[in-house]
Design a protein. Structure first.
Length: 499
């Protein structure tokens, strides 16, 4: 079989010569010079700072798969990627083999894409770097196996002079000396470009051979959030995913679903440490202050009999400020708390307040949870995190949590008290030994500022987080920021000592 990469590169050189004949390099450069003052967003910064690290790719066809989405529009899909949680976008611009064009980047920018855009092509000549800069790319791909080391170094310098970053793609250990050229980002391609066979093991194999402080991207063949969690553990910051999204009917929506799964898994694996949920918020300023503490979940109570009830009008105001205030490194999930509410009512709230999850604090059964999940999916076109709260006095109450294993994403164990929730008293945490279900749980019920040491002594394989409410309040629904901040810091200090 003829090596497809060689065929592409041979053709690419001819194509570039043809383009140079049509538009000489000096004329192209004159156009580039006019825009050089404008900056493009950094791919490296986006990957190092973002939550997902996903570089979602716009790829209409490939030599191995043929057309994947011939009708896919560059003014539509990249923007949908941006809206659904991508950290950056990669756009295939090669025409003959991948059905792309430079104009796709221009169109994506025109549609409102402000994320970093990677110019994905087979760059063999600096002429292509000028083209990349002209159409609005932030970074270009350089593939070690098709460039001599010196040639690669000089293309890298030109890219930098043009204000673009370089993602240097490696495939095996023989190319490791290219890393000394100091690319901004180093990619490990899991796809053998000669045969097109993908194997993510390639990233795991090369991870430890790359400098630990290098921004690293695993490219191709990633199709599950589990793989991302494992790749993160060996030091990868970015994950380039194309086919898995492009083959879906709606690539943006598929990315949204993938990101949601990834967030849920991150909680399950406690990758972020012990997650903190602050529940019963009602006031806009107070919400913003709590967010600044870097907590993981914010709970809003939609149960009218609670002293922490938040009205829809108040919630609209909170949501508006929440969306504007949000920066990628502080992104708590918005959780709505409901007590025996009708499915329709909950779905309306999920859509109106763009809730990431719901906590069901009444007598909701498995059937109700299933109907809720499918109603949210058909109305909002996405999944939500469902937390089933259970009131605990005995081991038997804990065992009841097993019933929800296939319907909920998480459990919350709260104290059974006079009120439905927010009683401010502990239950005996030792009864949780009886819980051997697969769902992660949040420990709740009367947790206060003096509980830090006990909490860190308490361990359970499924403990994913803690819930803070009435014992951190100045009045019902208003949290004491100083008290919360001291407690969260104490937990972090104690935890670091423990590790
Ligand atoms: O807090 C409430 O007023 C409340 C009312 C009705 C249903 C749930 C409610 N709270 C939800 C929670 O998850 C609380 O944080 C949980 O009950 C623990 O509260 P606390 O005992 O005050 O720590």
């Amino acid at each position: 079989m003829k090596d497809i990469l060689n065929e592409i590169v041979e053709y690419k050189r001819i194509e570039v010569d043809r383009m140079k004949a049509l538009r000489p390099q000096r004329l192209l450069y004159a156009d580039v010079e006019r825009i050089l003052d404008g900056e493009v967003p950094s791919l490296k910064t986006a990957l190092m700072q973002s939550d997902t690290g996903i570089i979602a790719e716009f790829k209409r066809r490939s030599p191995s798969k043929g057309w994947i989405k011939e009708e896919g529009l560059a003014c539509d899909i990249p923007l949908e990627y941006q809206r659904n949680g991508a950290s950056a976008v990669s756009i295939l611009t090669d025409g003959k083999f991948f059905g792309g064009d430079d104009s796709f980047i221009t169109e994506a920018r025109g549609s409102g894409v402000t994320l970093p855009v990677l110019y994905k092509n087979f760059v063999v000549d600096e002429y292509q770097l000028f083209q990349a800069r002209l159409c609005g790319a932030s970074a270009v791909l350089l593939i070690a196996s098709v460039l001599g080391r010196k040639e690669c170094g000089s293309l890298l310098s030109v890219a930098h002079e043009l204000g673009m970053e370089v993602l240097l793609e490696l495939h095996d250990e023989h190319e490791l000396d290219y890393v000394d050229l100091m690319p901004d980002v180093c990619g490990v391609n899991n796809r053998n470009l000669g045969t097109f066979v993908t194997d993510v093991e390639n990233s795991f194999r090369l991870a430890s051979m790359l400098p630990s402080d290098m921004c690293k991207v695993s490219e191709s063949g990633i199709s599950s959030p589990d793989t991302i969690l494992s790749l993160r553990q060996v030091g990868f910051n970015g994950f380039l995913i194309g086919e898995c999204f492009m083959k879906a009917e709606n690539p943006g929506r598929e990315l949204g679903r993938f990101v949601h799964e990834l967030e849920k898994l991150s909680y399950k694996s406690s990758e972020r440490g012990l997650n903190i949920k602050v529940c019963g918020l009602t006031d806009l300023g107070n919400v913003l202050d709590v967010m600044s503490l870097g907590v993981d979940m914010l709970g809003f109570i939609f149960y009218k009999d609670s002293p922490r009830y938040v009205s829809p009008e108040r919630m609209d105001i909170i949501c508006m400020a929440f969306d504007q205030a949000i920066s990628s490194d502080v992104k708590p999930l918005k959780i709505g708390v409901f007590v025996d509410s009708a499915v329709d009512e909950i779905v309306t709230a999920v859509a109106r307040f763009r809730l990431d999850g719901v906590q069901l604090h009444g007598h909701e059964d498995v059937g109700m949870l299933d109907s809720l999940r499918s109603a949210v999916s058909s109305v909002c076109g996405r999944d939500i995190t469902i937390i089933k709260a259970l009131c605990i006095t005995s081991r038997a109450d804990v065992k009841a949590g097993m019933d929800y294993c296939d319907s909920a994403d998480m459990l919350l164990f709260d104290t059974r008290g006079k009120a439905v929730g927010g009683n401010g008293i502990h239950f005996d945490w030792s009864v949780l030994e009886a819980y051997d279900g697969k769902l992660p749980f949040i420990l709740s019920g009367g947790i206060g500022h003096d509980d830090a040491k006990d909490l860190l002594r308490f361990s359970h394989p499924r403990l994913a987080g803690i819930d803070l409410n009435s014992r951190f309040e100045t009045s019902p629904g208003i949290k004491n920021i100083g008290m919360l901040s001291r407690f969260i810091n104490e937990m972090r200090v104690l935890r670091n000592k423990q590790q």
